[in-house]
Design a binder for this molecule. Sequence first.
Ligand code: C2E
Ligand code: CA
Ligand code: CA
Ligand code: CA
Length: 275
Amino acid sequence: AKAKGRNTYHFYSQDLDAAANERLYIENELRTAIKMKQFTLYYQPQVNSETTEVVGYEALIRWFHPIEGAIPPSKFIPIAEATGLIVELGAWVLEEACHFSRRLKTAGKIGNVSINLSARQFKDAQLIKTLSDIIEKTKIEPTQLHLELTESMLMGDVEAAIAQLKHIKSLGVSLSIDDFGTGYSSLSYIKRFPVDILKIDRSFVKDIPEDPNDMEITAAIIAMAQKLNLQVIAEGVETEAQMAFLAKNNCYIVQGYYYSPPLCEADIFKFVPTI
Ligand code: C2E
Ligand code: CA
Ligand code: CA
Ligand code: CA
């Protein structure tokens, strides 16, 4: 049965452990899903807690599989990354999110659009061309576009990373460090990267106000961001107490279930301008 190849994974599933089997299944289904357009983007509002104004939206991919139902990004993004399929999928995300940005503007709504970039996409030599083509095609304001990168993507060849960041910035696009605090970068590096925003990872926010260590770390990240002239956004804000702690420590832009989960585009357009 093995000789029949990929599509016959059922025949040798007993040879593989369940995780490897699932991986193979998802890899196969991903190829079909890209062709069949089974993906959609949801958008999570980023809210200024002082004014309750929506200042931006993070695009988060959703896969609605005809048989499996919703497959979470944590299950398929790493596989898309490992197989290289993320470059094609990521280009689709970029274009779709820019069309959304254009539709927001047409509807008279304000707000930036943030897009998650994967390591492969960031290192892809074609990225700048892909980006500039999409910006031109969708006629969006590049300053309204924010790209989210993680610290680990910037490690390794730091000089190459800085050069790539500069290329992206030259298009007028803003850059965020996602999941900040969870990577291995040292603070002295952060200063060298031409980035605009730090996003405090949910792992630091989730146990506020019970965990004094997390509160210290969160306050320190905010203070450091201010010293470096970076904007700061907190992710995973679920409670009023978390929002209030962040505001007290000068972080006013928050994202999380406290204000809104990620929503489909139709719901975003139903959303009143202030929450
Ligand atoms: P992330 O970039 O850190 O995105 C935040 C995740 O936290 C999202 O999960 C979001 O739905 C979830 N979240 C938001 N607010 C709350 C909250 O208050 N509480 C809790 N518990 N969770 C909250 P999601 O959508 O499942 O995405 C998971 C990860 O998958 C993302 O983490 C990102 O790394 C990746 N991802 C999602 N969409 C894309 C994409 O288009 N491209 C790439 N390369 N990666 C993506
Ligand atoms: Ca993100
Ligand atoms: Ca995160
Ligand atoms: Ca992330």
